[in-house]
Ligand binder design. Structure first.
Ligand code: PGA
Length: 252
């Protein structure tokens, strides 16, 4: 199965509107055939990002969404609101949301379900802490995160999920998982999808790696059999780094 690679930039809480516009204007000049490029600016920059990229292949993604449709949830944003400005994809379950905003597997499963019910594409993140890897609980933990986060999805709905494996200890630390660790976890995750949804679906689901992907390691990571691209944090804030990671995905 030939799965098209994805390179997605997660800008986190970075970029003023002027900085965002400047980077987007540069990114819009990148031209590649074989890679889906996505960027996830902060909420405040999303609307403008969509309008700047209207004639481009680059897709704009939200970093978070609430599970309810509307109501008294101060500070939150709904799927309907995102769709109303042309944002049709969202990252759910990033380790920073799990850790700093107490988003549990249960909360995340509601968010995923709500987003999918609204026909959103979801980049669903999973990943273990270093202590969990050291105590050899990492496979079990990822299994729990996948099975609970994606629990209620049927065969059609799962096709709108992109999984991102991001070992927490590799995020923003410059410490990348090695290619063996990455491939074995991606294969394990694909196996979990296969158990529940069968061969055809598991062969088409895209699984991204995230955690200190940089221009100097992207190519080796993207060449791995079960890696379908990357979720890029720090390096997505720099045009040349991001462009070179996109090129690495294009060539692999
Ligand atoms: P990083 O972040 O590339 O800065 O490690 C990745 C992520 O958090 O998605």
């Amino acid at each position: 199965m030939n799965r098209k690679k994805i390179v997605a930039g997660n800008w986190k809480m970075n970029m003023t509107i002027d900085q965002s516009n400047e980077l987007i204007n540069k990114l819009s000049l990148i031209s590649v055939n074989d890679v889906e490029i996505k960027i996830a600016p902060s909420f405040i920059n999303l609307h403008k990002a969509v309008s700047l990229l209207i004639n481009s292949e680059i897709e704009v993604v939200a970093q978070n969404v609430h599970s309810e449709e509307r109501g008294a949830f101060t500070g939150e944003v709904s799927n309907e609101m995102l769709k109303s400005i042309g944002v049709n994809s969202v990252i759910i379950g990033h380790s920073e949301r799990r850790k700093f905003f107490n988003e549990t597997d249960d909360v995340l499963s509601k968010k995923v379900k709500a987003a999918i019910n609204n026909s959103m594409i979801v980049i669903f993140c999973v990943g273990e802490e270093l202590s969990e890897r050291e105590s050899r609980n990492h496979f079990e933990l990822i299994k729990t995160q996948i099975n609970s986060g994606l629990s209620d999805l049927n065969n059609d709905e799962i096709k709108n999920i992109i999984i991102a494996y991001e070992p927490v200890w590799a995020i923003g630390t410059g410490m990348t998982a090695n290619t063996e660790q990455i491939q074995e976890m991606h294969e394990f995750i694909r196996g979990l999808i296969c158990e529940k949804y069968g061969d055809d679906i598991s062969a088409m689901i895209r699984i991204l790696y995230g955690g200190s992907v940089k221009p100097n390691n992207a190519k080796d990571i993207f060449l791995l059999r079960d890696v379908d691209g990357g979720l890029i944090g720090g390096a997505s804030l720099n045009f040349y780094d991001f462009q070179s990671i996109v090129n690495a995905a294009n060539g692999s």
